[in-house]
Design a protein around this ligand. Sequence first.
Ligand SMILES: CC[C@H](C(=O)O)C(=O)SCCNC(=O)CCNC(=O)[C@H](O)C(C)(C)COP(=O)(O)OP(=O)(O)OC[C@H]1O[C@@H](n2cnc3c(N)ncnc32)[C@H](O)[C@@H]1OP(=O)(O)O
Length: 251
Amino acid sequence: MKKLLRRLDERGVLWATLNRPERRNAVDYDMMDEFEQLIHEIKHLPHVKALVITGAGDAFCAGGDLQQFHALRTTEEAYPMLQRMGTVLYDLMLLPVPTIALLNGTAVGGGCEIASACDYRFAAHTATVGFVQGNLAITTGWGGAAMLLEKVRHDEAMTLLCSARRFTAHDAKDLGFIQEVFLDDVMLSCDKWIEEMLIPRAEVLRAYKESAARRWEATGLRERMVQEIRQCAQLWEGEAHHEAVAAFFRR
Ligand SMILES: CC[C@H](C(=O)O)C(=O)SCCNC(=O)CCNC(=O)[C@H](O)C(C)(C)COP(=O)(O)OP(=O)(O)OC[C@H]1O[C@@H](n2cnc3c(N)ncnc32)[C@H](O)[C@@H]1OP(=O)(O)O
């Protein structure tokens, strides 16, 4: 079954839904495959004017699949997985269309990294967000800190990362991470926002996004993400990390 559902609407907006609700939409290797396919398709479909990523069920995304990735014990074993999803998120960040992370519910860990790769983050008022990796004795492992530092003020990024806390949607908006908090149905609210705010034709929107991409390419974002991923891979093999993950599954 598809783990990343997608629907292209009549305006050229592509709606992608993370579809592992029984695992709070945790990202596994299959979902990485589907993310890679989605990004490749959008790069080659000139009529796509925007991408919205949201989650099925109660959560947006619980980050990496702790069960599947718990088998990775050493730096050498963890690095390829981290680097693979880091490349997906770099390509998502530079995708030549406006991107929206529509946080229908909880976004934690790598889920916040996916959201950071998007141009906008909109949230249900009931959603919570948290860069909780610190509670697992690791840092962001998919380049999320480097991307976050491109999107919010330095002190706000440090609060989000170093607290390893979950924040309400309103608090995350005060921190500049969330741009819109929706009180009503998030899909309808997001659709209305797109109708009002993404009026220009696809080629105009793509041209503006390519300006942003050129800046990130020129300032070495990719290398900063690779260094961050290497750092996470080092921490990954520590006993503190493996014990924290084991404790999660004992809870
Ligand atoms: C790989 C590195 C990556 C990175 O940073 O680069 C990361 O993302 S590290 C992983 C960070 N993520 C977490 O630590 C989140 C762990 N999950 C939770 O804190 C909660 O599940 C939460 C807040 C997302 C949702 O809580 P809720 O009470 O609504 O649900 P449950 O906890 O009962 O979970 C339901 C069901 O889903 C399974 N689950 C949840 N998160 C994950 C996950 N990340 N990987 C695998 N499976 C996950 C959970 O075990 C439950 O399954 P069940 O069989 O029913 O026990």
